[in-house]
Design a protein around this ligand. Sequence first.
Ligand code: ATR
Length: 271
Amino acid sequence: MDRYAVIGNPISHSQSPFIHSQFAGQSSQPMSYERILAPMDDFAGVLRRFMQEGGKGCNITVPFKTDVLGLAEVLTERAELAGAVNTLHLQPDGRWLGDNTDGAGLIMDLKRLGIPLAGRRLLLLGAGGAARGAMAPLLAESPAELVVANRTQSRADELAARFARFGKVGSCALDELAGAFDVIINSTSASLQGDALALTESLCHPQTRVYDMMYGRDETAFLRWARELGLEHRHDGLGMLVSQAAESFYLWRGVRPDVVPVLAALRAKLE
Ligand code: ATR
């Protein structure tokens, strides 16, 4: 039985064991997947122990995704670009590969939802770790433009400058946004604090599609804003969660799981 895990702090809320056990069931993979709580001051020790005990791979979650950068022996290009690792994989040569499947998970979910990106005006709200992981994958879809808007403008400017070589990128402060966008993606953690972003109606046209990387039992403040504007196409990030897990599973097991039934089961579980 091959051993996998998710390591974070806190970790009890993690849905990853549920998702991966469903994936494993689809193709009868002989694997286990557990939650591991790492103390804030000993993530490296916990990870080392997991590796020494014969772990084959793991997911790394908040707040350790950047700590892993220096612990993985090899990094994928997308992990380097994201500046964070969410997946570790033991290679046949015995080295640990650090990867980041979050951006790929976002794109997979946008495609599942039929949200067009090529030639469209995209707005990314937020400029933290979640936004950084989304930049290169979004730009690879050839949007007409990707604008990053953040409460602290300097972080949006830095992100835009870092990814300018991948496509047309703009940046501004949240309260300076102008023009309408075809797709608006929220990567800020404002919802977690119950805060609504101060966004104006002029950012949207009737067909604007909005996507919140956050999810929860209750509608997020961002999606409530969109509903109150009368926007029809509104989606939370549960599909991204399942899709980034599917990408990790594929890396580990070489099998692409079917995300649709697992997403439905997870949605039902959370309601
Ligand atoms: P993550 O890894 O989840 O992206 P992060 O790196 O701490 O977390 O980034 C959080 C993002 O949410 C940032 O863009 C942050 O804006 P600032 O850079 O100005 O701090 C944004 N954010 C958090 N709370 C917010 C709020 N109440 N209103 C607007 N933006 C908020």
